[in-house]
Write a protein that binds this ligand. Structure first.
Ligand SMILES: [Fe+2]
Ligand SMILES: [Fe+2]
Length: 256
């Protein structure tokens, strides 16, 4: 049995700092073999930069996934050349830099990580269901984990059921709010609709509340800023059998 830790969207410098202060302890406590972190909001001011990615790796991430903010920063373009930094796999062919899949050689076994993005209330990338069918024919390990970066809970649930028995885990990201529906689907696939975020807890998805309120109340364009205050880290820990790819247990974590 092996343990995989999946950490939801890390927000800003406060989020990356908090991750740095907590991750090694959490990894030891749960005997974690591999850590996946969604880093699409890890840069100060949103997006991901070489500096913020570097902080996530130094904090203990093995693979970084992203989402709709992957290409927000101009500094990010070369970033996706790295083997372990992913952007959604279902960007239309031929345009976006980087890739949406990586395979980690863990010695006696390997692990594939896939990053996909939903298309409901989001940019219309290629159909993620068609894309994952294509990808699964090319992957040669039973240990496959998917970060499904999507807005609609219905689309995430649908993806979880679609991939039941075909992958070891489907973890939703993007809404920054952890859902309480973690489960093992079909005795095989660990699932949660959203893993939640890592950053300032009293905030609006990691952003300071005042500017967000101003935008909602007065409908005027307001620049958001990173919230300040105590952080939390939302994640799931999955125990899986690396010989067959079956997940046995998923535990939801909130570390304060
Ligand atoms: Fe996010
Ligand atoms: Fe997002």
């Amino acid at each position: 049995m092996k343990n995989l830790l999946f950490i939801g969207d890390v927000v800003g410098r406060t989020g990356t700092d908090f991750l740095t202060s907590k991750l090694s302890l959490v990894k030891r406590q749960f005997a974690v073999d591999i850590t996946i972190v969604n880093g699409e909001n890890s840069a100060a001011g949103d997006g991901i930069t070489p500096e913020s990615a570097d902080m996530l790796i130094r904090a203990g991430a093995d693979v970084i996934t992203t989402g709709n903010h992957a290409f927000k920063r101009r500094e990010a373009s070369d970033l996706f050349d790295a083997d372990y930094i992913l952007r959604p796999a279902n960007y239309p062919e031929g345009g976006a830099a980087g890739k949406g899949v990586c395979v980690l050689d863990m010695g006696a076994y390997s692990i594939a990580v896939i990053n996909l993005m939903g298309t409901v209330y989001m940019d219309p990338l290629d159909n993620p269901f068609t894309k994952i069918d294509e990808l699964l024919t090319e992957i040669d390990t039973p240990n496959i984990f998917v970060d499904f970066h999507a807005e609609a809970t219905s689309e995430k649930k649908a993806m979880g059921h679609y991939l039941t028995g075909k992958v070891s885990g489907v973890f939703g990201t993007h809404t920054h709010v952890q859902t309480a529906d973690e489960m093992i689907l079909g005795g095989h696939t660990a699932y949660i609709t959203d893993a939640g975020m890592t950053g300032v807890e009293v905030s609006s998805l990691g952003a300071a509340i005042e500017p967000v309120l101003e935008r909602f109340r007065f409908r005027t364009p307001v620049r958001f800023k990173e919230a300040e205050g105590d952080c939390f880290m939302c994640a799931v820990c999955v125990e899986f059998d690396e010989k067959c790819g079956k997940s046995h247990k998923i535990e939801r974590l909130i570390i304060r």
